[in-house]
Design a protein. Structure first.
Length: 222
């Protein structure tokens, strides 16, 4: 009895597929799917740009090319997702798609790569989030940063055990806040530099030529 109660509290009650309200919940799945897929990019964008600027060292203006490459990557992935949805309307991850279209061996490699990717995404995202949060806290609390990250892992695990809807619902306000604030920042940045386009282009071109001279074409590309 206690075991069932504990399971119901942690994972939640079983779902009734004949419940009429299920159709309302299904109608929201497209929205929750957008939040779920967008959260991956959200977590990456929280620490990715800072790491890019660190990697570029004294050539921060090359970040524009990293941004262009990221946009191209997003379009390629979106196009791939669209094709996968058409071919596998019942759902298909990397393992299923690779196994069906290529070979079971390639599917196993793809599945293994996805497991590693998921582990790295969670660990790097939570570690970055803990670093960002504890950077505002007193130095004496830094000792608890690892324990805090571990609690986040446990919390996310419980959320995922409760199901897709329950795991995504807490992320909705965070995700929407991120989208609206960043949309405002991007538009504001473009408008505020609108009258300085010629100056920015000239300075970037000069700095790019200097980089070609210092590092060469292949050094700049790498």
């Amino acid at each position: 009895m206690k075991k069932n109660l504990f399971k119901r509290v942690i994972i939640g009650q079983s779902r009734d597929p004949h419940d009429p309200n299920i159709f309302h919940k299904v109608s929201l799945m497209a929205f929750f799917a957008w939040v779920g897929l967008g959260s991956d990019g959200l977590s990456s964008s929280c620490y990715g740009p800072a790491e890019v600027m660190i990697a570029l060292h004294g050539h921060p203006y090359l970040g524009i090319f990293v941004a262009i490459a990221a946009v191209i990557t997003i379009f390629v992935i979106s196009s791939s997702y669209s094709q996968i949805i058409e071919l596998f309307p019942g759902g298909g991850g990397g393992y299923i798609v690779s196994s069906k279209l290529l070979s079971p061996t390639i599917g196993m490699i793809s599945g293994s790569a996805l497991i590693i990717d998921y582990v790295l995404t969670i660990t790097v995202s939570l570690a970055s989030g803990a670093d960002a949060l504890f950077s505002f806290l007193p130095q004496g609390l830094q000792f608890y940063k690892l324990e805090f990250a571990l609690l986040l892992v446990i919390g996310l695990t419980i959320l995922n055990l409760r199901g897709v809807k329950e795991s995504l619902a807490p992320l909705v306000p965070v995700f929407l806040t991120f989208v609206f604030t960043h949309a405002f920042i991007i538009v504001y940045g473009l408008i505020s530099h609108l009258f300085f386009v010629e100056e920015v282009v000239t300075r970037t071109t000069n700095e790019l030529n200097l980089t070609f001279t210092q590092l060469g074409m292949w050094g700049t590309f790498m």
